[in-house]
Design a protein around this ligand. Structure first.
Ligand code: ATP
Ligand code: MG
Length: 558
């Protein structure tokens, strides 16, 4: 019998129990980005998790912009987030919402809480509020404004709403318990005054709800059943339930919407965290939010990652309650696996040096046939012009070979990929002793595809024809941060790898000049590359290395 063991994650268990017990009869999940930056790989995990659960249980997936803080939010971010979610393949259909469209309902809930004696307007300064809050070991102190009458609170809250109160002068607070062991329950702030123009509601409002108050109401309005968030909100869950129960959006804390927390995704050797990415962008360390060295979704796309590779990655990461860091090599593994059968294998020489075949007839050009992908015949073949002068990688020749060097050195024979065996006869040098040209002779009997079996050689090298090769810019990337050297310097700044970008003037097969934005290829022996979407011009692509071919990651076997 075929065994089909599917590991369930703890969220699936919760959902199944809720469906079984009748706590809900269908599920609605959501992804709630705040439009204050671009999405990154961690958000991709959250998006695909929420979307995947909705798919699996035949439910609904909402995207809701959590745009309740106009100080940091911009339309540019709204647009990039929409684009990224669509690119990942998470389709919310018509269920695209903005929290700012619920401001009226949130306001009504606040008024309801005031009327129930569960919220009050407080005049303490932000510093005093912090001071009165107490610590993990000491209880907080009650605000002198805590016992204002309902009428006074209603009037003051109305004044806040009408713009009669200075920014920061007064806030609306929940009246819960200043002695609670959970600091989040010590009369948290629900509303603040901020006379900012909002990207969606303009100047309609000058009071804005705090996340902990707004989020549960947003979930309730949309009928979210399972509100999945990251671990740092675990201690906020009692407040989430308090707002919904006291605000009369649900009857008991066990009802839906319910908050469920999972561990954030962290990756080694890269910067996750919107705040940190924003800093790298703003101080010019990287070239914008989509710089291919970042792990924003826009950057991953530009770097040549595919939605499929990210879906696979997220699947391999799993869902857990324990914080941990995933090796970047796993992400690299996923894109390599995705592309290796799908994309053609071409020849590109990143650090070219000329190779002259002295016994090859001058002026002769042969069109050699090359399979596009030996493991996937469906990709067909192409022809490559071959002549007397070629370019090879500088590192494929050594005048004095080191041990176990099987490439070109005087007297040694190698195979030129898709072409002939050649034997090195020597080299030319400039006045500084640098090698400028390598010489060889070829054996016409050894043509690839001719069935020649006379002898074997240990090295195969790639090449491009000197006359027909095209010059292109190729960019090689390394991690922005080397964790082994420490993420932070002593002064607290980030330890940025100065060699994270290398630009090469490469020579490539003419066929590569047709590459369009996001077209990707394997360059034999060098890795996978993609035509850059921003810097390529028609007929003149710039290539980014997505990943090299070597993998330090092995899929765990179970
Ligand atoms: P950051 O932590 O990078 O500053 P954020 O949490 O402030 O991001 P939001 O726009 O508020 O960004 O996040 C939207 C959703 O994405 C939230 O539900 C959040 O929990 C989730 N999320 C954010 N970062 C990660 C991560 N690293 N792994 C998984 N989910 C994440
Ligand atoms: Mg956030």
């Amino acid at each position: 019998m075929e065994e089909n063991v599917v590991t369930r994650n703890f969220i699936q268990n919760i959902i199944e129990e809720d469906l079984r017990s009748g706590r809900c009869d269908h599920i609605v999940t959501r992804f709630p980005p705040e439009p204050n930056g671009y999405l990154h790989i961690g958000h991709a995990k959250s998006i695909l998790l929420n979307y995947g659960l909705a798919q699996e249980y035949n439910g609904q997936f909402n995207v809701r912009f959590d745009d309740t803080n106009p100080t940091k939010e911009r339309v540019e971010f709204v647009n990039s987030i929409k684009e990224d979610i669509a690119w990942l393949g998470a389709d919310c259909g018509e269920h695209l919402y903005f929290a700012s469209n619920y401001f009226e309902k949130m306001y009504e809930t606040a008024v309801k809480l005031i009327k129930k004696g569960k919220a009050y307007v407080c005049d303490l300064t932000p510093e005093q509020i912090r001071e009165y809050r107490g610590t993990l070991t000491e209880p907080g102190k009650e605000s002198p404004y805590r016992n204002r009458s309902v009428e006074e609170n209603l009037a003051l809250f109305e004044a806040m709403k009408n713009g009669e109160v200075e920014d920061g002068a007064r806030v609306l607070r929940a009246k819960i318990d200043m002695a609670s062991p959970n600091i989040n329950m010590r009369d948290p702030i629900l509303y603040r005054v901020s006379r900012m123009t909002h990207h969606n509601t303009g100047d309609d409002w000058c009071i804005y709800p705090m996340y902990d108050f707004a989020h549960p109401i947003e979930d309730a309005i949309e009928g979210i059943t399972h509100s999945i968030c990251t671990l740092e909100f675990e201690d906020h869950r009692p407040l989430y339930d308090w707002v919904l129960v006291e605000g009369e959006w649900k009857k008991t804390p066990e009802d839906t919407p319910k908050q469920i927390e999972f561990a954030k995704l962290y990756l080694t050797n890269v910067v996750t965290g919107k705040r940190y990415i924003k800093k790298l962008v703003e101080d010019g360390t990287v070239d914008g939010w989509d710089d291919p060295r970042l792990v924003t979704i826009a950057a991953l796309k530009r770097r040549g990652f595919t939605p499929e590779s990210i879906q696979k990655f997220v699947e391999l990461c799993g869902v857990s309650k324990a914080d941990s860091s995933v090796d970047y090599a796993m992400l690299a593994y996923c894109i390599r696996e995705d592309l290796k059968m799908k994309r053609p294998r071409m020849m590109a020489v990143l650090d070219p040096i000329k190779l002259v075949i002295d016994n090859y007839p001058e002026g002769q050009v042969e069109e050699l046939t090359a399979e596009n992908n030996l493991e996937n015949p469906e990709l067909g073949s192409r022809t490559i012009p071959f002549g007397r002068e070629l370019y090879i990688e500088r590192e494929d020749f050594m005048e004095e070979p080191v041990k176990k060097y099987f490439r070109l050195f005087p007297g040694n024979e190698v195979r030129l990929m898709h072409a002939y065996f050649v034997t090195c006869t020597g080299c030319e040098k400039d006045e500084n002793g640098n090698v400028t040209v390598v010489h060889c002779t070829y054996d016409p009997e050894t043509k690839a595809g001719s069935g020649f079996e006379g002898r074997k050689v240990k090295g195969t090298i790639h090449w491009v024809p000197a006359a027909e090769a095209k010059d292109v810019t190729v960019r090689l990337y390394e991690n922005l941060i080397d964790e082994e050297k420490g993420v932070y310097n002593e002064d607290g700044s980030m330890n940025i790898n100065p060699d994270s970008l290398t630009v090469c003037n490469a020579k490539v097969e003419p066929a590569l000049m047709d590459a369009k934005a996001y077209d990707s290829y394997q360059f034999v022996r060098q890795g996978f590359f993609v035509a850059d979407a921003k810097d390529s011009a028609p007929g003149n692509p710039v290539f980014n290395r997505i990943v090299s071919l070597k993998s330090s990651f092995k899929l765990p076997t179970t």
